[in-house]
Design a protein around this ligand. Structure first.
Ligand SMILES: Cc1ncc(C[n+]2csc(CCOP(=O)(O)OP(=O)(O)O)c2C)c(N)n1
Ligand code: SF4
Ligand SMILES: [Mg+2]
Length: 293
């Protein structure tokens, strides 16, 4: 196995300062990602961070690597394209619960069942932060928001259960209030070969006064260690996925080694597409560009 040369977190410091509200959970996610990338020794040139739209989706601007700030709900689609063009890159998707579990839900499910080698970090604050406090797909029942003044009566999405039934081969949850645990989780998720989901409780201190740091500090416990959970067993993972209320698990729910989409794709046997010859003469290529542009 190749020796990993760890890198300092300064490697990933952007020239752009985060403009999140003071105390926003997304700061913890950014630091966790810096620590994880440093632990794995990933050079910024070998990494792409892709997002959609939302407060959380601003993250690629605050992290020094390649990055794309795409369209609302389209981060997974853009990341899939990047991965297929050059599967040697580490591709990490960062975004919010509205972005990924609402408008982007279709892309999310299909990427999981394809087992593309992508890492998806969802900053789940159970609210639309950027648009100033409407209910999101993970807002709990009865919670009052700008768009649910009488209390939310929709059933929230359960991202962990959804990840499990959709074929993700690494399904996990973290909490912004526990940086060290979060960084280790991100490192494991990025190192995992296949689709990794990390749903992160990342409190919105401005618009969600229910799911606060205190709310989670009182409830979260770690699956790793002596919880008795076996992350190799789907049944156990599914049971843990439905624990909520007084005790909420964080850590790795499920992990499985399966061939990835890239492993199956014949076109990749000669290396990443970007490094392969086009198979067209220069004249044909120029003619195509003229026709299509
Ligand atoms: C197609 C489209 N629809 C709606 C919007 C408006 N919009 C921007 S961000 C957002 C929700 C963001 O929520 P989330 O993904 O949870 O991110 P957060 O701000 O909470 O981090 C919405 C509805 C948009 N930009 N584009
Ligand atoms: S509005 Fe909420 S999610 Fe957005 S930056 Fe502020 S605290 Fe974070
Ligand atoms: Mg949100």
């Amino acid at each position: 196995m190749a020796t990993v040369i760890q890198l300092p977190i300064q490697t990933y410091e952007s020239i752009v300062e985060p403009d999140w509200c003071p105390g926003c959970g997304d700061f913890g996610v950014l630091r966790g990602l810096e620590l994880a990338a440093g632990k794995l020794g990933i050079a910024p040139k070998d990494m792409v961070v892709v997002s959609g739209i939302g407060c959380s989706s601003n993250l690629p601007g605050f992290f020094h690597s390649y990055g794309v700030h795409s369209l609302h709900g389209r981060a997974v689609a853009v990341a899939s394209g990047i991965k297929l063009a050059n599967h040697e890159l580490k591709v990490v998707i960062t975004g919010g619960d509205g972005d990924g579990y609402g408008i982007g839900l279709g892309h999310f499910i299909h990427a999981m069942r394809r087992n593309l080698d992508l890492t998806y970090i969802v900053m789940n604050n159970q609210i639309y932060g950027l648009t100033t406090g409407q209910a999101s797909p993970t807002t709990m029942k009865q919670v009052r928001t700008k768009s649910t003044p009488e209390g939310n009566f929709e059933l929230p999405i359960n991202p962990i259960a959804l990840g499990l039934v959709s074929g993700a081969t690494f399904v996990s949850r973290g909490f912004s209030g526990d940086n060290k645990h979060l960084a280790d989780l991100f490192a494991d998720a990025i190192a995992h070969k296949g689709f990794s989901l990390v749903d992160v409780f990342s409190p919105c201190v401005t618009y969600n006064k229910i799911n606060t740091y205190d709310y989670f500090r009182k409830r979260v416990y770690k699956l790793d260690g002596d919880s008795g959970h076996d992350s190799g067993k789907m049944e156990s993972a599914m049971q843990k996925a439905f624990e909520w209320d007084d005790k909420i698990p964080i850590g790795v729910f499920y992990r499985d080694e399966q061939p990835t989409y890239e492993d199956h794709e014949k076109a990749f046997r000669d290396g990443p597409l970007v490094k392969q010859a086009l198979g067209l003469g220069a004249e044909t290529f120029d003619a195509l560009v003229d026709e299509l542009m």
